[in-house]
Design a protein around this ligand. Structure first.
Ligand code: HEC
Ligand code: HEC
Ligand code: HEC
Ligand code: HEC
Length: 504
């Protein structure tokens, strides 16, 4: 009896151990499978759906960027903008950012990219695709960076067809973070900072975003292709040689004599800021304390025993429990109210700066009309150029009021000061030419402001609709035939003209 029990006991024990061992083996196999991440084939990696079967959670959360679909017409919200950008594409059309899912299509739809009729018509250069798609590094690697940066935007319409996706930030062999465009490392080197490869892991969680969320300009570069043809490339370049500050970039542009456009109303040579989101973020308390973009915008999420990064890049106030609460003790409501107060403080100085700058442009036009010379207006235009740069730098990447509140308010204060100085000078110049008590015309609606800026809106929309009905349809068809289009991920992106009708 004793031995029987012992035997049974042993059998049970051995069985249990075998089961346990099997379980451990299975888990080990799973661990190995997860650790040795599968390779996504080189020729399909630009299509995010190819990554889905290995990384279902990252894929499905990435796809949810589709949920941030609202189009907010900033020219309607802030009519001063059309006056400030008179003579430049942004006066035609400018919306608040929305989900990465739409980045590519929004670039195709915006009136700024115009209505080309073939691969060689403008107005924009190829560089305008650069922060929209993983097809960009694919083409840069295939054709060479300088060839990619040569020619008009429409040259690549049939090839750049997938919005920001896995291959924009990840290596296809290891899924490790990767920077796919060479201009960022060149910028970091110019600033004397570590390159992507030399940076810490935490900094890499910023730098993948800095591929796009940075200030840049298109630097003209002459080059000769392999057949001996002389070409001019317009290369995305970060103005970081004097550091990552507004003053550093302004000095850089002044030193190289760069101007984005000559203002149509005031004749001022203007610098248009892009979106120095990374640079400004680094000056704020979170940037200083080593918090990274991904900490707030891609919070870790637990699903059963699996922890992953939420790839639904969005406003982190929608995910405060995961984005803020791991570090903060205040309750969500209090913290949100603090953020909102920061927004209101910025808005106040932002509105003042826009009004002052817009009036300075219009008063300059009046002085020109009254006979003021370029020489007389030089000091005025210098103040306007610098003031507008400081204003734009502070607000162009919308969330800087939160990422870097002190720096944002400092730049807006400088912008206001410079705009006021220009206006005081203008009072004197106008008086010299016999103009007293001039009041700038009304620009309180988008319609009025665009009229002052000379924007023929209806004509531009009609041309765009024509482009969408013809060339864009051809691009789509060719991309589909070539097998480069990730069709699943181009659904519901305003392929039709609804873009112009469903705005808020
Ligand atoms: C390849 C370029 C690119 C990269 C890389 C990139 N972004 Fe963006 N991002 C954009 C563009 C372009 C938009 C605007 C899209 C639109 O409005 O159609 C945008 C929009 C956003 C928005 C607004 C989303 C919304 O719903 O309003 C957030 C937030 C954002 N990006 C955060 C990030 C963060 C954080 C990273 C890094 C983890 C990052 N982005 C990396 C280009 C990029
Ligand atoms: C805008 C840049 C960006 C894009 C686009 C992006 N990722 Fe990520 N991904 C990140 C960052 C940042 C992390 C955090 C990495 C870390 O801390 O090591 C990450 C983490 C990951 C990880 C590691 C596990 C985890 O969840 O933290 C995987 C796997 C991954 N991403 C897959 C994908 C896939 C698949 C896609 C496309 C559907 C994608 N990513 C799109 C930036 C991006
Ligand atoms: C400490 C948390 C935090 C970090 C870190 C952070 N952000 Fe944000 N970000 C926010 C919050 C909060 C907002 C929304 C503010 C608002 O508009 O209410 C925001 C908004 C944005 C937006 C605009 C979204 C929109 O629709 O207007 C972009 C783009 C963005 N962040 C990019 C970045 C990038 C790039 C980095 C890193 C360089 C970064 N953020 C780092 C918290 C953070
Ligand atoms: C990884 C940690 C971390 C995360 C995540 C984080 N914070 Fe912070 N936050 C900090 C630190 C550290 C400070 C500096 C406070 C200090 O040192 O006393 C700070 C400061 C702040 C401040 C005060 C600074 C100022 O500019 O007035 C606010 C407001 C704030 N955080 C809001 C948020 C919000 C909102 C989120 C989520 C969207 C968030 N934080 C996410 C770590 C974090």
């Amino acid at each position: 009896m004793k031995y029987k029990l012992l035997l049974i006991g042993s059998v049970v024990a051995i069985g249990t151990m075998a089961l346990l061992a099997q379980n451990i083996n299975e888990r080990e196999a799973e661990r190995v499978a997860l650790a040795s991440s599968p390779e996504i084939a080189q020729d399909v990696k630009h299509k995010s759906s190819e990554w889905a079967r290995y990384y279902p959670r990252q894929y499905s959360s990435w796809k949810k960027t589709k949920e941030s679909s609202e189009i907010i017409d900033m020219l309607d919200e802030k009519p001063q903008l059309s006056v400030l950008w008179a003579g430049y594409g942004f006066a035609k059309d400018y919306n608040a950012p929305r989900g990465h899912y739409y980045a590519l299509q929004d670039n195709v739809n915006t009136l700024r990219t115009g209505a080309p009729t073939d691969a060689k018509t403008g107005p924009m250069p190829t560089a305008c695709w650069t922060c929209k798609s993983p097809d960009v590094p694919r083409i840069q690697e295939r054709d060479g960076e300088l060839e990619y940066f040569t020619g008009k935007w429409a040259k690549y319409g049939h090839e750049i067809v997938n919005s920001i996706g896995c291959a924009s930030c990840h290596d296809n062999k290891t899924a490790a973070l990767q920077v796919r465009v060479p201009h960022l490392d060149r910028g970091l080197k110019a600033a004397g900072l570590p390159t992507f490869a030399e940076s810490t892991h935490q900094e890499k969680r910023n730098l993948v975003c800095a591929q796009c969320h940075v200030e840049y300009y298109f630097k003209k570069e002459k080059w000769t292709d392999k057949d001996g043809n002389e070409k001019v490339a317009k290369v995305v370049t970060l103005p970081w040689a004097n550091g990552l500050t507004a003053e550093g970039a302004e000095k850089y542009y002044n030193d190289v004599g760069h101007t984005d456009f000559v203002h149509k109303i005031s004749g001022t040579p203007i610098l248009k800021t892009q979106h120095p989101g990374y640079e400004l973020f680094k000056t704020g308390i979170h940037g200083q304390k080593g918090v990274s973009c991904a900490d707030c915008h891609m919070p870790y999420t637990q699903e059963g025993s699996v922890k992953y990064s939420d790839h639904q890049l969005q406003n982190p106030l929608n995910t405060m429990d995961r984005s803020c609460m791991p570090c903060h003790r205040q309750d969500e409501k209090t913290l949100e109210e603090i953020v909102h107060r920061k927004f209101e403080r910025k808005e106040q100085l932002h509105e003042l700066a826009m009004d002052n700058l817009a009036k300075a442009h219009l008063e300059t036009a009046k002085a020109m009309e009254a006979g003021a010379t370029d020489e007389e207006l030089k000091p005025v235009r210098d103040e306007i150029r610098s003031g507008q740069w400081n204003w734009d730098y502070a607000v162009a990447s919308h969330p800087a009021f939160f990422h870097a509140p002190e720096e944002t308010l400092r730049l807006l204060a400088i912008a206001n000061d410079k705009a006021q100085k220009a206006r005081i000078l203008l009072v004197g110049i106008l008086a010299t030419h016999g103009v007293m008590n001039f009041a700038a015309p009304d620009f309180s609606t988008k319609e009025n402001a665009q009229k002052l800026a000379g924007v023929p809106l209806e004509k531009l929309v009609a041309a765009k609709q024509q482009f969408k009905a013809t060339l864009e349809k051809e691009w789509y068809k060719i991309a589909e035939q070539n097998g480069d289009l990730d069709k699943e991920n181009r659904k519901d992106v305003d392929l039709e003209s609804s873009y112009f009708n469903n705005r808020k």
